[in-house]
Write a protein that binds this ligand. Structure first.
Ligand SMILES: C[S@@+](CC[C@H](N)C(=O)[O-])C[C@H]1O[C@@H](n2cnc3c(N)ncnc32)[C@H](O)[C@@H]1O
Length: 255
């Protein structure tokens, strides 16, 4: 019988079969078998990395997280200054490198920028598939000597941030950063394509208002929410101040 699964695990070389089976078991996903399932998305293990691929005609992808090359590395090199909007939003100053809890990690771009700027960043991601892509990128980046110092400041937790914040037992982070999926984001073509795939996987984030409320109870200094430039504030609560970026803005709630 054919099953229409959303995501299945596949691999591109025979020697990856065992690793792919282990990953499928870990994530509770089926292995791709064209005779029995027709998934919308494939989590594909290649000899280089883990990728998310869309199946069918006009397919998007592949999508993978990469901290070493491409856009993120370009931005890292351009962004050693503290002038970037995100840096000002989290309160980065000379001598102040806040500890940031990024409760909507996604592709880890913002976390990576913050860690590049000297913050210690704990990422939380609730989609096990997105978290697997992130974990794969972290593992590859840790092998890159040039990134060792930055990678030592980033960690990843898989789980629902709302649950994690409501049962928080650790030292409270100074800053909590939230960038929920927004239905009408306008961004560069590259990000749009990547975010379209992620949206296909995780849907829209319906609980972002609750995330803001829970975050404000835990952060010791501020909560920063990334929003599309013209979107309403989360919870309908005006922030203490806003910092404008190119396509988006950062709403800052001081504690
Ligand atoms: C727009 S993306 C974040 C992009 C990220 N800032 C970046 O730079 O790549 C939103 C992500 O947050 C995750 N997310 C949303 N709500 C969450 C929650 N309550 N707990 C954990 N992760 C959540 C979604 O699964 C999605 O991957």
């Amino acid at each position: 019988m054919m099953h229409r699964e959303k995501v299945a695990v596949s691999h591109t070389a025979p020697e990856l079969a065992d690793k792919a089976s282990a990953l499928a078991a870990q994530l509770g996903l089926p292995l791709h078998d064209p005779t029995t399932n027709t998934p919308t998305l494939l989590l594909t293990l290649t000899t280089e990395r883990l990728e998310l691929r869309q199946t069918g005609k006009g397919a998007e992808g592949p999508l993978f997280v990469d901290f070493i090359g491409g856009a993120v590395d370009y931005r890292r090199r351009q962004t050693t200054s503290r002038k970037e909007a995100i840096a000002r939003a989290v309160g980065l100053k000379s001598g102040a490198r806040p500890v940031v809890l990024d409760i909507t990690a996604g592709l880890g771009r913002d976390s990576f920028i913050l860690a590049s700027l000297g913050c210690t960043v704990q990422m939380v991601e609730r989609s096990p598939v997105v978290a697997a892509l992130l974990a794969d990128a972290l593992a590859r980046a840790k092998e890159e000597p040039m990134l060792a110092e930055i990678m030592a400041r980033i960690s990843l937790m898989v789980g629902d941030s709302l649950e994690i914040l409501r049962t928080w037992q650790h030292e409270r982070p100074e800053v909590i950063y939230i960038d929920p999926m927004y239905p009408h984001r306008s961004k560069s073509a590259l990000v749009k394509k990547e975010m379209r795939l992620i949206r296909l996987l995780v849907g829209d984030d319906e609980d972002s208002d609750q995330l803001l409320a829970a975050a404000r109870a835990i952060a010791t200094r501020r909560v920063v929410v990334k929003r599309p430039r013209l979107a309403p504030a989360l919870l309908g609560t005006e922030p203490n101040f806003t910092i404008g970026g190119k396509n988006s803005r950062f709403d800052v709630y001081l504690v």
